[in-house]
Write a protein that binds this ligand. Structure first.
Ligand code: ATP
Length: 700
């Protein structure tokens, strides 16, 4: 591929003359990626494309190629990164692509001279509007003899991204025709596979199995390979640290494997580059900021230019599930830790910039300031005095009650999450909102111009309590007890009981001094969750993706009666079936879920879905939702495919027994669902299994 691309680009006069990268270079890469499923191969193809742009103007001088970037080269890199991750802006800016099919059908019709109802028919037959656009375009050329005329100006990657952005940020009924014209403008100039990816990109689904994490890895590899002078010094100590992380947190499984293999030096450098870039991106999840920093400073100094900034949400730290107080004590043996109430609400990261602007962000980094207009007011009111100028707080926003008058002054109880989820996306004010909320603060990551991520939790919590003052019913600190001695099971059990009685989900147990930094995006062993359900078997609920459904019968006629759910394998970027589910749904749930998923029906099972033939669904969906599900236990299964290839038994996966629907997780994307590694970990953590043992699953 590298050769094809290099030849292609070196024979492309416009590119040689310093013009921007042709969009076809990206589409050619997409086409070759679409034909393969190996994540490593996909990564390599994308790396080569990125390198091509980074090396430009370098004239073969790899040392300088990546550093001296002119503006065009920079813009090319922005376009490549955004278009290959199929986004147009950082997620916290809430600018989503996802143009409706009717607009796209109209644009394809107008661009190719085909009646919209014909385009629609073809779409129904093909199941992919991108392919319809590509074939209609081909037809147009022959019919109108365009091939003989001088072709229209070729599309550049930058232009396509610009139009995508304009389309994503323009709304209103008047904008429909304008959007059709814009899309048509792209389509009439598109060649080869370009129409396919323009349409799929605008639908918000590239369908080539390219996850954002692969884009980041490819970027890291491209930078490292293009700038060999950016050698990251690896001391013995750093190596030890990396190995320890591998043992403790499973953060470097590939890396650990490679440690035993050949070519250690390059692997270490590449892996280190990946970790540096992922760390920077988890602190500042914006491609704009990341690329600016990456293109102007050496890798090992990236952290100086790209670190936690108030106003830009940080990817939150996550917890590992545990099944008993005994397990908590064993895992945290000898370390000082704190147990906090685990509130059942919505995560809210509250940022204040030095100019006094306050913003609220959700777990998946969306701006929820309009949903919780009172949160900034409560937090400002809780600031000790004017000396607190800028900060980033980690909190859980919890519903106080449905009726403000009955607010828990007497009972001091919160109401369950279901109540909070009835809040509208935009609320005028606290007074007009039906549901009142309380901010339960549990961490402080930034204060007055200084990042606290590397401070211990004990230090961060001290600063939190010194700089903010609780206001009952508005802003409170997470209720906690600290633990210094081991073996005090009763005290923790009693506290857990108290938390559950107070409508909390359980406890969060966190190290205070050792290994107690805030690690953005990491599911860390230094944060353990102990849910009230732990006695029920699994220790935690799982978050699964509905990939298919079966038509309902009897009382469920007209809606889907059962669904097929999957975990996400982040190595292969596949969704692997783990259970068929038909319980836990209310009648309203069944209606709502059918209505929400019907627009996402696809004509055939996606190649990303790993499902046994015996579970053939009546309909298949695009992966768009995440559902929280509880189950009695996990079992090895010949029908289900969870963690396939990792269970130690060929062809057998992990499945859920007695699954029960809990709720839709609107705060998670399908790629944030429970992973196959997590399900495997949960399988082995069960008390009742013998590793390698057998157990029939519901569908076996
Ligand atoms: P995960 O994020 O682990 O995939 P999840 O989103 O279902 O799963 P849990 O793991 O169940 O969340 O718990 C972590 C969440 O608990 C946090 O994201 C936060 O919203 C909430 N939470 C409530 N109280 C606390 C607390 N004291 N400390 C940290 N998080 C808390």
């Amino acid at each position: 591929l590298r050769k094809i691309l290099s030849d292609y680009v070196s024979t492309d006069d416009a590119w040689k003359e310093g013009k921007s990268l042709p969009y076809s270079a990206l589409c050619d890469t997409f086409s070759s990626i679409e034909e393969i499923s190996s994540r490593l191969e996909i990564q390599e193809k994308l790396t080569e494309l990125f390198r091509l742009v980074l090396l430009r103007d370098g004239g073969g001088d790899e040392e300088n190629g990546g550093k001296k970037l002119d503006t065009k080269k920079k813009s090319d890199m922005y376009s490549l990164i955004y278009l290959s991750s199929n986004t147009v802006a950082p997620s916290y800016e809430c600018v989503e692509l996802g143009v409706g099919d009717s607009i796209l059908i109209k644009a394809i019709g107008e661009a190719s001279g085909t009646a919209p109802n014909m385009v629609k028919k073809k779409y129904e037959a093909e199941g992919d509007l991108g392919t319809v656009a590509m074939t209609s375009k081909g037809k147009q050329k022959t019919l109108l003899g365009f091939g003989r005329m001088a072709g229209p100006k070729r599309l550049e990657a930058q232009e396509v991204l610009k139009v995508f952005r304009e389309i994503a940020t323009t709304s209103g009924s008047q904008s429909q025709k304008w959007k059709v014209d814009k899309i048509k403008g792209l389509l009439v100039r598109a060649k080869g596979s370009e129409p396919k990816y323009i349409i799929r990109g605008l639908q918000g689904k590239l369908r080539i199995g390219l996850a954002q994490s692969t884009v980041l890895v490819a970027l890291a590899h491209a930078v490292m390979l293009t700038r060999p002078s950016d050698v990251v010094p690896l001391t013995e100590e750093r190596l030890k640290e990396i190995r320890a992380l591998d043992d403790e947190e499973g953060a470097y499984p590939d890396f650990a494997r490679k440690l035993c293999g050949k070519n250690l030096a390059l692997d270490v450098k590449l892996e280190t580059a990946v970790q540096i870039i992922k760390k920077a991106y988890s602190e500042v999840p914006s491609f704009d900021i990341l690329l600016d920093a990456l293109l102007s400073s050496p890798l090992q100094e990236l952290h100086k230019a790209c670190n936690l900034t108030p106003g830009v949400p940080v990817v939150p730290m996550l917890a590992k599930p545990t099944k008993s107080v005994g397990e908590v004590l064993k895992r945290l043996d000898g370390q000082r830790f704190t147990c906090e109430y685990k509130y059942d609400g919505e995560r809210a990261q509250v940022h204040q910039t030095p100019d006094g602007t306050t913003k609220v962000f959700s777990r998946n980094l969306l701006n929820t300031s309009e949903k919780f207009p009172e949160v900034p007011l409560y937090v400002k009111e809780a600031c000790k005095d004017e000396s607190v100028t800028s900060f980033v707080l980690d909190t859980e926003v919890v519903a106080a009650t449905c009726c403000p008058i009955a607010f828990n002054r007497e009972t001091k109880q919160f109401v369950p999450f279901q109540i909070l989820s009835t809040r509208k996306r935009t609320e005028e004010s606290a007074e007009s909102a039906k549901v009142q909320v309380i901010v339960q603060a549990f961490d402080l990551m930034y204060l007055n111009g200084k990042s606290l991520l590397d401070n211990t939790l004990a230090e961060r919590r001290k600063l939190l309590r010194e700089n903010f003052i609780p206001i009952e019913g508005k802003f409170q600190f997470a209720t906690s007890i600290d633990h210094t001695e081991n073996g005090d099971t009763e005290m923790i059990e009693e506290f857990l009981d108290q938390a559950v009685k107070g409508q909390c989900e359980g406890l969060m147990v966190k190290t205070l001094d050792e290994n107690a930094q805030y690690k953005p995006s990491l599911r860390s062993l230094n944060w353990l969750k102990l849910k009230k359900d732990y006695l029920e078997g699994l220790g935690d609920s799982v978050d699964l993706v509905p990939i298919g459904a079966y038509h309902g019968k009897g009382k469920r006629t007209g809606v889907f009666g059962a669904y097929l759910l999957a975990v996400y394998d982040d190595d292969t970027e596949e969704f692997q079936s783990v259970c068929k589910i038909g319980t836990g749904f209310s009648d309203d749930d069944l209606k709502d879920l059918s209505a929400a998923l019907k627009p996402h029906i696809i004509s055939e099972k996606s190649s990303q879905y790993i499902v046994s033939d015996t579970l053939e669904c009546d309909v298949w969906f695009d992966a768009v939702q995440v559902w929280e599900v509880k189950a009695a236990d996990l079992s090895k299964s010949s029908t289900h495919k969870g963690a396939l290839g990792k269970t130690g038994e060929s062809g057998r996966g992990i499945g859920l027994r007695f699954p029960r629907f809990e709720r839709v997780r609107n705060d998670k994307k399908p790629e944030e669902a429970t992973t196959s590694d997590q399900i495997l970990e949960m399988y082995y953590a069960q008390d009742s299994i013998v590793p390698g043992g057998d157990g029939a699953c519901d569908d076996d």
